[in-house]
Design a binder for this molecule. Structure first.
Ligand code: ZN
Ligand code: FE
Length: 255
C-alpha cells in the first residue's frame, strides 16, 4: 500500500511533508521548518512520528526540530556529510542508503548543489521524491555551496526517475519561478499553460507543490538546458548542457 502524503505549509513559503504508512502506523516527517503546523497536522490525524528525514542544514528546514522531538521522540535521519551541521542526527545516510518507513524503503539520493550534503529521499513504490531545495517547482535551489556541474549532475539523477513521480519540494516559489522560466524558454507552450495554471491556483490560495516530474521535465528550464529551444533563447545553441545550465542559473540569480 502506498504511503499517504500530507503537505504542510510552514513559515511564509516553506513546505514540510508527512509520509504515513497506514498498515504499520509509522509516519515520517520530511524537514522541520517550524513545530506549530507540523504538530497540529499530526494531532488532527492522531499520528505519531517514527522518523524525521532532514534534507539539508538550512535553518528554514531544521529550526522546528527540537520542539517537534519534545512531543514526538522520533529517529532523526540526515546526511552523514552534514553530521556536524545538523542539530541532531540518529542515523547518518549517504547516496544509495535506504530508510524504511513501515512497509516501504526510501532511497537516499545525493543532490548536492544548493548545499554540499543536500539529500533527496525517493520512495519508488509510492512514486514520490522529497527534493526540498534541489529540484523545485519550475526552479532549482540557488548554488550556495556547490557548483553548477554538481547541481546539473544532481538534477540529472532526479530527471531519470519515472515521469509520474510526485515531486515534493521545499518552497512555494513557483509563480516567481515561472516569470523567470518564460524568459529562457519563451516558445514552450506547456510552460505557458503551466504559468496560467499556477496563477489561477495561487489566486485561490492553493499550493502549487507537489508537482509531477513529467511537468518539471516539460517546463522547468533547469532540467531543459539540453533543449534546443532553451539553448537558442540564451544564445548557446549546441553548447554543453552544463554550461547552458550554469548560464540559466546565473541569469536567475540576477533576475
Ligand atoms: Zn535551503
Ligand atoms: Fe529552503
Amino acid at each position: 500500500m502506498p504511503l499517504e502524503i500530507v503537505t504542510i505549509p510552514c513559515l511564509s513559503d516553506n513546505y514540510a511533508f508527512l509520509a504515513h504508512d497506514a498498515e504499520s502506523g509509522k509516519t515520517a516527517l520530511v524537514d522541520a521548518p517550524e513545530a506549530g503546523p507540523i504538530l497540529k497536522a499530526l494531532e488532527t490525524r492522531g499520528w505519531r512520528l517514527s522518523h524525521i528525514l532532514l534534507t539539508h542544514h538550512h535553518w528554514d528546514h531544521v529550526d522546528g526540530l527540537g520542539a517537534i522531538l519534545a512531543e514526538h521522540p522520533a529517529q532523526v535521519v540526515g546526511a552523514a556529510a552534514d553530521a556536524e551541521r545538523l542539530p541532531r542526527l540518529d542515523m547518518q545516510v549517504s547516496e544509495g542508503d535506504t530508510v524504511r518507513v513501515g512497509g516501504e524503503a526510501g532511497r537516499v539520493i545525493d543532490v548536492s548543489g544548493h548545499t554540499v550534503g543536500h539529500i533527496a529521499f525517493h520512495f519508488p513504490e509510492t512514486g514520490v521524491v522529497f527534493t526540498a531545495d534541489s529540484l523545485m517547482a519550475l526552479g532549482c535551489g540557488r548554488l550556495f555551496e556547490g557548483s553548477a556541474p554538481q547541481m546539473w549532475a544532481s538534477l540529472q539523477k532526479l530527471a531519470a526517475l519515472p515521469r509520474d513521480t510526485v515531486v515534493c519540494s521545499g518552497h512555494e516559489y513557483t509563480e516567481n519561478n515561472g516569470k523567470f522560466a518564460i524568459t529562457v524558454d519563451p516558445d514552450n507552450s506547456a510552460l505557458q499553460a503551466r504559468i496560467k495554471d499556477v496563477a489561477a491556483m495561487r489566486g485561490h490560495g492553493e499550493a502549487t507543490v507537489p508537482s509531477s516530474l513529467g511537468q518539471e521535465l516539460d517546463t522547468n528550464p533547469f532540467l531543459r538546458a539540453d533543449d534546443p529551444g532553451v539553448q537558442r533563447a540564451v544564445g548557446m545553441e549546441g553548447a554543453d548542457p552544463v554550461d547552458v545550465f550554469a548560464e540559466i542559473r546565473a541569469r536567475k540569480d540576477r533576475f
